[in-house]
Design a protein around this ligand. Structure first.
Ligand code: CMP
Length: 141
């Protein structure tokens, strides 16, 4: 069925000036951007967004990295959007990401890994609501 998923272009990819190349991969795969904005996350926002990872050893570095520069956050819509986006991104660790995936092509490390994508429909609903009000989600015609 048609799903929505939350995507983030992380500070490393924004810094590399590849926002458009990443958006192009979503579009070429048939995903539609139904909401988008650029912002610099506060520490509170980064800690709240990644609350499930609080207590993991990588959490402080994750928050430092995600607040190091602007990000774009976008909602992608399409058939099986959650899994489709995860396939486009590739493995979390770019060293393990399949050739041709966003992380294989644009990411440097497990921290600076270019993109985030929701890992389930439940996470997607929570993550979309974290950044967007329902009135900001645009019905595509
Ligand atoms: P993301 O999908 O944004 O979700 C949490 C992020 O933590 C992940 O991508 C990685 O960038 C980062 N991270 C750093 N170390 C790890 C790790 N060992 N396992 C999972 N995520 C990690």
């Amino acid at each position: 069925g048609v799903q929505r998923t939350l995507s983030i272009v992380k500070p490393d990819a924004v810094s590399k000036n590849v926002i458009g190349e990443i958006y192009s991969r979503f579009e070429k795969a048939g995903l539609r951007i139904v909401a988008a904005k650029m912002l610099r996350l506060s520490r509170e926002q980064a800690e709240g967004f990644y609350a499930e990872h609080k207590g993991r050893p990588f959490f402080p570095a994750l928050v430092d990295f995600m607040t190091s520069g602007p990000v774009t956050v976008q909602v992608l819509e399409g058939e099986g959007a959650v899994l489709q986006n995860r396939e486009l991104m590739g493995a979390t660790n770019p060293k393990e990401a399949a050739a041709g995936t966003i992380r294989a092509d644009f990411a440097e490390s497990i921290d600076a890994n270019a993109v985030h994508g929701s890992d389930s429909e439940e996470s997607a609903a929570r993550e979309i609501a974290f950044f967007f009000s329902t009135s900001e989600l645009c019905e595509r015609v």
